[in-house]
Ligand binder design. Structure first.
Ligand SMILES: Nc1nc2c(ncn2[C@@H]2O[C@H](COP(=O)(O)OP(=O)(O)OP(=O)(O)O)[C@@H](O)[C@H]2O)c(=O)[nH]1
Ligand SMILES: [Mg+2]
Length: 319
């Protein structure tokens, strides 16, 4: 498939074309920019839903059931499974997880794992670009699954219009110990596996933690017993509408564009820095040695290097 065929295929909702484009995104293939430029009118067409939470709480199981719900409502759905914690094995592992999900072969559904190697903003950008590809392919709703463990995950969850934090019946202490970051980003809190014990304790603890933000919704589901799924789907759509009414969706989407731009700049600067450090006349090893031997002052050396770097950037801009 050439880039024109991929583009046409995506617009027609062809799986192979979507897959090819997302693989190009993962690989950092620059040709993808041709697509991204042409697709800019599709940006913002879909409701983007972040599904996050600790490992094993049932995020994928819930998404499987939400897919069925979306199909019944005649919606077109995209799913991205993102796992930043395992950039190398990630692809394969997540690939296996995709196959374990239900309802993924329906023509209105496209499920895909996403992994990238390389620069730090890579995954973040890959998620943005993949969202756009899915929007161009006509998806109305896109779920992004991330494990809610650290900063990168929280950042990725923030790409969503609506964030659903999934928990399961823990004892109070375990909930207290959950990353505060996770608590802050949730618009909807789901206690999945309600078929297990301790649900009420979980709710009480959760309410205590959420005291400040009284608006947060708490729902109960059981992905295994198919309970609370319709309610969750409705809550997602209602929350989106409420946030949109307050101008919050626009604000979040602009935030997404801003962080994408900043990521881009930071990546370019990183590249410049790497090239600079590899230049022979800089000889950073020698400078290190001199600082270690106390024959060179650290502050002076830093200033010298920064000045040199500036000169290099100016020179590159002229060329
Ligand atoms: N009892 C019960 N088990 C559930 C429920 N939902 C999911 N599980 C089980 O919990 C386990 C983990 O489910 P996943 O859907 O893979 O959870 P996840 O949050 O996507 O896991 P990671 O992606 O690894 O973080 C599986 O064995 C599921 O069958 C539920 O509602 N009740
Ligand atoms: Mg999962």
């Amino acid at each position: 498939m050439n880039i024109q065929e991929i583009k046409q295929g995506i617009i027609e909702g062809d799986r192979r074309a979507i897959a090819k484009a997302i693989t190009m995104i993962e690989e950092g293939n620059k040709e993808i920019y041709d697509l991204i430029k042409d697709f800019k009118d599709y940006a913002g067409k879909a409701i983007v839903v972040g599904i996050t939470g600790p490992p094993g709480v049932g995020k994928s199981s819930l998404i499987s059931k939400l897919l069925k719900e979306a199909i019944e409502r005649n919606m077109k759905v995209g799913v991205l499974l993102v796992d930043p914690s395992s950039p190398i094995s990630g692809g394969a592992l997540l690939g296996n997880r995709v196959r374990l999900m239900e309802n993924i072969t329906h023509e209105n559904v496209y499920v895909r794992s996403l992994a990238t190697r390389g620069w730090k903003g890579g995954l973040s950008k890959a998620v943005d670009d993949s969202i756009l590809i899915l929007e161009a392919s006509g998806k109305n709703i896109i779920f992004i699954e991330t494990v809610g463990a650290g900063q990168i995950e929280t950042d990725i969850a923030k790409k969503a219009d609506v964030v659903v934090v999934v928990l399961m019946p823990y004892s109070g202490d375990e909930i207290q110990a959950l990353k505060a970051g996770l608590m802050e980003i949730g618009d909807i809190f789901v206690i999945n596996k309600e078929d297990l014990d301790k649900v009420r304790t979980t709710e009480l603890t959760l309410r205590m933690i959420l005291e400040k933000e009284k608006g947060s919704k708490i729902l109960y589901t059981s992905a295994v017993y198919n309970k609370g799924i319709k309610e969750l789907f409705d809550a997602i759509l209602n929350t989106w509408n409420e946030l949109n009414g307050k101008g919050e969706i626009v604000r979040r989407r602009m935030e997404r564009i801003k962080s994408k731009l900043i990521n881009y700049l930071s990546d370019r600067i990183d590249g410049l820095l790497q090239n600079f450090l590899n230049e022979e006349d800089i000889n950073i090893e020698n400078i290190v040695k001199q600082i270690y031997n106390k024959s060179l002052d650290e502050v002076e050396a830093s200033n010298y290097l920064f000045k040199k770097l500036n000169e290099k950037i100016l020179k590159e801009l002229k060329d």
